[in-house]
Design a protein around this ligand. Structure first.
Ligand SMILES: Cc1ncc(COP(=O)(O)O)c(C=O)c1O
Length: 454
């Protein structure tokens, strides 16, 4: 039980955290003095000091002796993601004001800069003597990664890991090296468009298995897998993009059974798995069945600019994957490797911060969506990942996307995520942006949907 003083400090810390998240106190800004904060929040100065100590430990504020306490130029999930106009603005157009939420990107945490600086200072001179493909010794990196995965609940040996430059590179490599020659691929619908593209590029005929909180029916999967010659099943069991859903444990168990009897290769994309926002973490598909191949990366948990991913596969397949990775240059570069080797021991705390901020952003988004009205919008609260999947029925996704674009908010229509391209009733909303930016999306939706049928 916290003492009364401690719980008051926790409350003050939560209040200040909220004000930072809402943009009242912006990154780099000096906070009011301890005395002024105490007066403003009607608490003692000791309570403010305790709250600030907590925020300092979380990396949200920094104290510079003699000048005061500042909001850290901190995890950029607090910032608006960079807006990227659909095309270069024409003279006189306010292109810079466009909010582009078509990709659910997370900006890098600011303290990554310190990790990169330390890696460059301490480790780069030795790496420069090497071939550039191996920065940290690959053995060190796979060892650290295996430890991290094992700590996260998936017992992993270094000999099961192949380093890649990302999860999608990993998926391509797996399909080329280990995919059965048959032309079929089954994947969830809706699904991550990058994976759909990779499967289509390899001329695999795609079949969609309905995914999401209310779907993932093992009976449907059995019918799909037994309908043709064995192929590849690509799934995202956790923090599914775009629905944010988590696959129930019973479905996870069924996948292994069904795929084994039908002879299919199962690839589980666990890129979003660490970004768990609600409920318990279910066991990885690979924990129950060693044949399941996992692809993952640091691009969502840390930053898309850090090109480090991995494939976890049986040791025999890993030997083939590693030589294919060397032959095709599919591994991470030396700079990314030395950075990651330094980052991995503290990755858990980076992930904790990310999930806390994502949870706050999501809470605000859901609050605003409820304000628009249940009659117009329905959704399952995402259990993980970075996106919410809105059911707009009876409104058309394409129409809503067009109307939002006219208001300067760019989103992708549902058809982008559908295996057959035929969904027109959903809308994906990333909640990688902070509450002040969520408001812009919600305001646009309120204006667009406010004029439509209820
Ligand atoms: C499910 C999923 N897997 C993989 C990726 C991309 O991973 P990487 O950048 O490491 O290729 C994304 C990006 O949105 C994704 O949503």
């Amino acid at each position: 039980m916290p003492t009364p003083g401690t719980s008051m400090a926790l409350e003050v810390a939560a209040t200040l955290r909220g004000r930072i998240a809402h943009g009242e106190f912006r990154p780099g800004m000096r906070l009011p003095s301890e005395r002024a904060l105490a007066a403003r929040l009607n608490v003692s100065r000791v309570t403010v000091v305790r709250a600030l100590t907590r925020l300092r430990l979380e990396g949200l504020v920094v104290t510079r002796h003699g000048s005061g306490t500042f909001v850290a130029a901190t995890d950029r999930l607090l910032d608006t993601i960079a807006s990227r106009p659909a095309r270069s603005p024409q003279p006189g157009e306010a292109g810079a004001d466009v909010l582009d939420l078509r990709s659910a990107t997370t900006a890098g945490p600011a303290d990554l800069a310190q990790v990169i600086q330390a890696a460059c200072h301490d480790d780069l001179p030795a790496a420069l003597l090497g071939d550039g493909a191996t920065g940290a010794s690959p053995d060190t990196l796979t060892e650290l990664l295996a430890q991290h995965l094992t700590r996260s609940g998936l017992a992993t040996r270094p000999g099961q890991l192949t380093l890649t430059s990302g999860a999608t590179t990993g998926l391509s490599l797996v399909l080329d090296v280990a995919g059965p020659p048959g032309g079929l691929a089954v994947t969830e619908t809706p699904s991550y468009p990058g994976a759909l593209r990779i499967l289509a590029q390899r001329k695999r005929r795609l079949r969609g298995w309905r995914a999401g909180a209310a779907d993932w029916d093992p009976g449907d999967l059995a019918r799909l897998l037994h309908a043709g010659s064995p192929g590849v099943l690509y799934v995202q069991p956790d923090g599914h993009n775009p629905t944010g859903a988590t696959m129930p444990p019973s479905t996870r168990e069924a996948i292994g059974r069904i795929a084994a009897t039908a002879g299919w290769l199962v690839v589980a994309d666990e890129t979003m798995r660490p970004l768990r926002l609600a409920g318990d973490t279910a066991a990885s598909l690979a924990a129950a069945d060693h044949r399941v191949i996992v692809v993952s990366s640091l691009s969502k948990t840390v930053w898309g600019g850090l090109h480090v991913g991995w494939i976890r596969a049986p040791a025999g397949v890993t030997r083939q994957l590693r030589s294919a990775a060397v032959a095709t240059g599919a591994g991470p570069g030396a700079l990314d490797q030395i950075t990651t080797a330094r980052l991995l021991p503290s990755l858990d705390s980076v992930i904790q911060r990310r999930t806390r901020l994502l949870t706050e952003n999501l809470r605000h988004l859901e609050h605003r969506l409820r304000g628009i009205g249940q009659a117009k919008l329905r959704w399952h609260s995402p259990a993980g990942g970075v996106t919410l999947w809105l059911d707009l029925h009876p409104r058309s996704s394409h129409e809503v996307v067009r109307a939002c674009a006219r208001l300067g908010v760019l989103l992708e229509p549902a058809s982008t995520y559908a295996v057959d391209g035929r969904d027109d009733r959903h809308l994906r909303i990333p909640f990688t942006v902070p509450p002040s930016t969520v408001d812009r999306v919600a305001d646009a939706l309120t204006r667009v949907l406010g004029s439509g049928p209820t």
